[in-house]
Design a binder for this molecule. Structure first.
Ligand SMILES: [Zn+2]
Length: 169
């Protein structure tokens, strides 16, 4: 067990976009993932880059605890969204009728000819959506599926990632 633990406290974002906003990198995983992804891909010398890299890496495989919203018995394995080519530039949008589902219910739903798509239960799936509104709806379903705190604060988000980090040590 290494003595250094990157999630021992919330890490406040020091970049210009969030200057004086008291916003932690952990909370941004939920509220502004595209920006963290940009940091990850573009900033070589960002002070807290190791934190961003760790958050993004462990955010790819969070344990799923939410049950399927259709059968209410199996653990969910996917989150569905609506495909409507006329609605967004990339033809993807989220609305409240779409939920976390298990593989079996997902297959039945598809077999009935519904026009929708589904995505993995992981933070990078947020990048499927172009608008803040769609991303916010998706994040609600993601939080349900992974058992993340419904009320996000710098501290509650940091605790979520701290626990996740400990669980994979
Ligand atoms: Zn199901």
């Amino acid at each position: 067990m290494p003595s250094y633990n990157p999630f021992s406290h919330p890490h406040i974002c020091t970049l210009k976009k969030y200057q004086e906003k008291d916003m932690s990198l952990e909370k941004m995983m939920f509220t502004d993932y595209p920006y963290l992804n940009w940091i990850y891909n573009n900033l070589e010398r960002y002070r807290d880059k190791i934190i961003v890299e760790t958050l993004i890496t462990i955010g790819e495989n969070p344990p799923v605890t939410g049950v399927c919203r259709s059968c209410k018995s199996q653990i969910a394995s996917t989150i569905c969204f609506y495909r409507a080519d006329f609605l967004t530039s990339r033809g993807r949008t989220m609305n409240n009728n779409f939920e976390a589902r298990c593989a079996k219910c997902e297959e039945e739903y598809l077999n009935r000819g519904h026009k929708h798509m589904s995505t993995g239960i992981q933070f990078s799936s947020i990048l499927n959506f172009d608008t803040a509104q769609d991303r916010n709806i998706f994040v609600k379903k993601l939080k349900y599926a992974i058992g993340a705190p419904a009320r996000l604060s710098n501290e509650s988000a940091a605790k979520y990632f701290y626990d996740l980090f400990q669980s994979i040590e």
